[in-house]
Ligand binder design. Structure first.
Ligand SMILES: Cc1cc2nc3c(=O)[nH]c(=O)nc-3n(C[C@H](O)[C@H](O)[C@H](O)COP(=O)(O)O)c2cc1C
Length: 695
């Protein structure tokens, strides 16, 4: 192992519990040992997930949060001790591997509660304040420190008051549930959360707590609920049973649904660093043994769920600072990188590195660090496309349900949390497979097919593998996407795939193969506007040197258009976005953490956005827009068209996609050439196609 990583592999202690190394697998919903919410209580089929990870050198596992009370039907987990029986064998296996495990127990979400889409029609009708929702969801999930507080996802939805009687009941429930954890062999518990704007955090922060009872007002009062919880657990489970707290050092919040971006000067409405320095002392004194830290609230969600636009290790300076105000160990989370984490741990500035999504993406992440196989790590690209795909719908709720099956999965590794569906067995009758197109779809198909024992030829017409993803990864903040391309090349190299670059195939049937997979991607769309020939498509722009003069107009405010505008702003240009619909970045499946950060960055960099606007014509140095305020003529040195893609049907015999001839299943289509989708759909299709071919 590279000596720089050594500090990551020293033992440490939380209370009396020794952890073998400094790597903590962070809690992620979808990796819950007990998934309790919808039913009377059941253990998710999670064994395979932990099997893949337990022998891969993780020191401490913290599975995703376990709500103490069910969302539906008001059932308390401590009244159902039978659900803990099923976790015992997994806990035992984790212990046998030398790792430790804490369960994260949650007080709930308060105003951050995701409003399921299926309830929206009832709520919108406004019959009685959220009556229909309340009939389905228990009051525990519809209550917040202040009466009438706006829900994060839809400010028209208002919360009920979390009464002091409810607090007492919760405190009692925490003690009883922690006892069940202890009895099941779980090494400690983590309280969720004075963190990210969840219920306990709303109690703790001034902008979400205006109570006049002993749970509001002074900092001590605002932290009283969190302090009572740890005291109760220690009373029931004994002083030496470790209790961690999920903790946001600073809230990074400017107001309801308004977050600050890195480097911005702003007025904090949540927990400032000054207050945090005092808060952590109060919490330590109450009994907490560890702080599992980052920053943010749901109003500034991207600090806790950092997307691709967030710097690597973004929370580290804040966590290092707060460590000076407590004698207890601190963990730092948020796009942590092993080199920086090791340096900080080595210098005694933090105690452990928290890793979340990277472990969904590559279960062998830590093992590969130890074995000096860094270039074999499949890098998490912070897309949230399958682990947390909740679109914010621009303040109109979310586009999917909280029980969405994709939570805790991974775009790049469909196997994660879907181990049964994507089982990897050798092919019964290995075949000769020719793949046309060396983009992500083609490369993933080649890897999966080779791993199952097929003989694979991969044909790419250009001199490089990567396809449209080369352009998608071109922006300066996409270092992990660039690493992903390298990972694909490296992984392909390790298979027996024969790669044919600079090889254009005109007639697939001329190839000597049992099966042909077409993965030729999509073509950029253009618009029938006057002067469109003066514009450059997003993909051509990204594949070019990207040199422009100052005034750049980006037509299309989807994800790519907005990313290009942000990149241009970073380069000191003056981009402007024109979007035909009411909102930018509206597509399904884009996590609110990603879209809200990009929107805040565009705000911070003062990028003008014209929504509900269209381009009438593109002239020599100007563009004429139709906006709700009338016609505008704006200066334009470069015009970039980012209005989506259509499937490349070069190899579809019948141009009508519905009548596609598949030649008795010898020809398969993978990815955008079939139907334009996302990285998630392309990669899943590659897996599924290889499964079809193999069994
Ligand atoms: C799918 C998903 C679910 C999460 N669920 C929880 C949770 O249950 N409790 C919690 O404290 N944090 C939760 N988080 C936040 C993570 O613990 C972690 O702090 C975050 O992903 C940033 O770390 P990373 O950049 O290493 O992924 C979740 C994150 C993801 C991606």
């Amino acid at each position: 192992m590279d000596a720089r990583y050594e500090p990551l592999f020293q033992p440490w202690k939380i209370g009396n519990v020794e952890i073998k190394n400094r790597i903590v697998m962070l809690p992620m919903e979808g990796t819950n040992m007990i998934q309790w919410e919808a039913k009377t209580g059941f253990v998710r089929n999670i064994g395979a997930f932990y099997k893949d990870r337990k022998n891969n050198n993780i020191g401490l596992f913290i599975p995703g949060l376990i709500p103490l009370v069910s969302i539906v039907g008001e059932k308390w987990i401590y009244e159902h001790p039978e659900v803990f029986e099923a976790v015992r064998p997994i806990v035992k296996e984790i212990h046998e591997s030398g790792a430790k495990i804490f369960f994260q127990l949650s007080a709930g979400s308060g105003r951050s509660m995701i409003l399921p889409q299926l309830l929206k029609p009832f709520v919108r009708k406004g019959l009685v304040k959220n009556l229909s929702s309340r009939l389905i969801m228990s009051k525990w999930w519809w209550s917040a420190p202040d009466d009438d507080e706006p829900n994060v996802w839809d400010p028209d939805v208002r919360m009920d008051l979390f009464t002091s009687e409810m607090i007492s009941r919760f405190v009692y429930a925490f003690g009883q549930t922690a006892k069940l954890c202890k009895d099941a062999g779980v090494d400690g518990v983590e309280i969720h959360a004075v963190h990210e704007g969840y219920l306990l955090d709303q109690f703790a922060m001034p902008y979400t707590n205006h109570r006049s009872d002993c749970y509001g007002g002074s900092l001590e009062n605002r932290l009283r609920f969190a302090c009572e919880i740890v005291k109760e657990i220690k009373k029931v489970c004994g002083e030496d049973y470790p209790v961690s707290l999920r903790y946001s050092v600073c809230s990074m919040t400017r107001g309801f649904n308004e977050g600050a971006v890195p480097g911005e000067e702003f007025t904090e409405v949540g927990r400032s660093m000054e207050e945090s320095e005092k808060a952590i002392r109060i919490l330590e004194e109450a009994g907490y043994d560890m702080f599992d830290c980052d920053n943010g609230t749901y109003d500034a969600w991207y600090w806790a769920h950092p997307p691709v636009y967030a710097p690597l290790n973004l929370n580290l300076p804040y966590v290092e600072h707060i460590r000076k105000f407590t004698s207890k160990p601190v963990v730092c989370a948020g796009r942590m990188q092993p080199q920086e984490a090791a340096a900080s741990i080595g210098a005694g500035k933090i105690d452990a590195m928290g890793i979340g999504r990277q472990l969904l993406c590559d279960p062998e992440y830590v093992t590969k660090i130890i074995e000096d196989r860094m270039d074999e790590i499949r890098p998490c690209i912070a897309c949230h496309g399958a682990c947390l795909p909740f679109n914010g719908m621009n303040g109109k709720g979310t586009d999917i349900d909280p029980m969405h099956p994709d939570m805790g999965r991974c775009v790049l590794n469909p196997w994660t949390n879907n181990e049964k569906k994507y089982s990897l067995k050798p092919a019964k009758h290995p075949k000769k497979i020719a793949i046309i197109g060396g983009g992500i779809g083609g490369m993933e198909t080649a890897i999966q097919a080779s791993l199952r024992g097929h003989e694979v030829d991969l044909y790419e017409k250009s001199d490089r593998l990567g396809g449209a993803f080369i352009a998608a990864s071109a922006m300066s903040f996409k270092e992990k996407d660039k690493q992903l391309l390298k990972w694909y090349e490296k992984t392909l190299e390790q298979t027996d795939t024969r790669i044919h670059l600079n090889t254009e195939i005109s007639d697939p049937k001329s190839l000597d193969a049992d099966v042909i997979v077409i993965a030729v991607g999509a073509k950029a769309r253009t618009l029938p506007i006057k002067g469109a020939e003066r514009a450059v498509t997003a993909i051509d722009f990204l594949n070019s040197s990207q040199e422009t003069k100052d005034n750049v107009i980006v037509i299309g405010g989807g994800l790519t258009g907005c990313e290009i505008a942000y990149e241009l702003a970073l380069k000191g240009k003056k981009p402007l976005i024109v979007e035909a619909t009411e909102n930018i970045i509206g597509a399904r499946g884009i996590c609110m953490a990603n879209s809200s950060m990009l929107k805040e960055l565009l705000r911070y960099h003062k990028v003008p956005v014209y929504v509900s606007s269209t381009v009438e014509s593109i002239e020599e140095d100007t563009v004429t827009l139709n906006t709700p305020e009338g016609t505008k003529v704006l200066p334009a040195d470069t015009v970039i068209l980012s209005v989506g893609y259509s499937p490349d049907r070069s190899f579809t015999e019948n141009k009508d996609p519905k009548k596609k001839v598949r030649n008795k299943n010898r020809i398969y289509h993978v990815g955008d050439c079939d139907q334009v989708g996302s990285l998630k759909t392309v990669i899943r299709q590659a897996y599924e196609t290889v499964q079809k071919i193999s069994y």
